[in-house]
Design a protein around this ligand. Structure first.
Ligand SMILES: NC(=O)c1ccc[n+]([C@@H]2O[C@H](COP(=O)([O-])OP(=O)(O)OC[C@H]3O[C@@H](n4cnc5c(N)ncnc54)[C@H](OP(=O)(O)O)[C@@H]3O)[C@@H](O)[C@H]2O)c1
Length: 311
């Protein structure tokens, strides 16, 4: 058992592997409501997370560009003292820092951070403009980094916490038309993997969530961004864009179950670094692993050929 300055306790489990004596420390408060900081919450998975967390009795700081839409969607069946709606531009480091400060001050701490905000973009690489690239990376990489820079000192100093970065199965494998989205999510995965190793000894856990298609608003015209200057050279991508817009409402993944699985992973405190959500995500991941294994095996003889010869 472990008690931070606030006097609360967390379950703390230390496992020693027989291989490398690496420590895995898992922590989640058990004697008080947890405090969560969730980004992108006025719709979709973020909204579902906030609703389920409030129903659990936890406390939630919910960042959004539209608190009106968040509050309208939540209705009035919750204790308002447990919710801190925050209007935050995630690209603004100072604003994010203030939001995290307000969270610890008004909700009494910080236990779990969920970097959920994100949007899709469908275009060929050569159709994707400079502004479009920067906008995507500003939200999916710079914004997440701003949240991490503000939240990590709190978690590190208290010796426990959980960071959940919502990536995508397209953060693990790439498909035509999704290059910019994949670039953002691959970057998120890289930073998350490094972060997990950096903060494990502080008792901070990192989980990368990789959903397949989920029935949120992700594929609606409001969420899915399209190129300002499409060309005539990629008819297959135009057809795929239409097919995706038509898929809206028929996606396999249930956001209620998805949000429940994410919360369950955090509360349990243990599990693999990557949390795949959806049978479609699982199939894509398995295919990626097979392709990567074939690639690695094919290079077994050729890769060492570029080493300096042994002296
Ligand atoms: N649904 C899927 O099929 C799917 C699959 C794989 C991964 N994901 C990932 O899951 C996460 C949640 O998406 P969702 O499915 O819930 O989609 P959604 O219904 O469109 O909701 C996306 C949320 O992200 C925020 N957001 C969107 N664009 C933003 C921007 N430019 N700046 C800041 N915030 C922005 C919005 O927050 P506010 O409007 O409240 O500010 C919104 O609540 C995203 O990271 C997405 O990439 C979704």
């Amino acid at each position: 058992m472990w008690a931070p300055g606030s006097g609360s306790c967390r379950t703390r489990l230390v496992l020693r592997t027989t291989f490398d004596e690496q420590r895995m420390i898992m922590s989640f408060p058990t004697d008080r409501p947890a405090v969560w900081f969730v980004t992108g919450t006025s719709r979709g998975l973020g909204l579902e997370l906030v609703g389920q967390l409030l129903a659990r009795g936890d406390r939630v700081a919910a960042t959004t560009r539209s608190p009106e839409r968040l509050l309208a969607a939540l209705g009035d069946g919750f204790d308002p003292s447990r919710l801190l709606p925050l209007t935050v531009d995630l690209r603004d480091e100072a604003a994010v820092g203030r939001a995290v400060g307000e969270t610890t001050e008004r909700l009494g701490g910080l236990d779990v951070v969920v970097n959920n905000a994100g949007y899709g973009f469908l275009a060929a690489v050569e159709e994707t403009g400079d502004r479009e690239v920067r906008d995507m990376l500003d939200v999916q990489v710079v914004g997440v980094w701003n949240v991490l820079r503000a939240a990590l000192p709190v978690l590190r100093e208290q010796g426990g916490g959980h960071i959940v970065n919502v990536s995508s199965i397209l953060g693990l494998t790439a498909v035509p038309g999704w290059a910019l989205y994949c670039a953002g999510k691959f970057a998120l995965e890289g930073l998350s993997e490094a972060l997990a190793a950096e903060v494990a000894d502080f008792g901070v856990t990192v989980t990368i969530v990789e959903p397949g298609y989920f029935r949120t608003e992700f594929l609606t015209g409001d969420s899915l961004a399209l190129p300002a200057e499409p060309t005539e050279h990629y008819p297959a991508i135009r057809a795929m864009t239409l097919a995706h817009l038509e898929l809206q409402g028929g996606q396999l993944g249930d956001p209620v179950r998805g949000a429940g699985a994410i919360i369950g992973r955090v509360v349990a405190g243990e599990g693999p670094l990557r949390q795949l959500l959806g049978s479609d995500a699982h199939s894509y991941a398995a295919a990626k692993v097979e392709a990567l294994r074939a690639n690695v095996e094919a290079a077994a003889l050729s890769a060492p050929a570029t080493d300096f010869p042994a002296a």
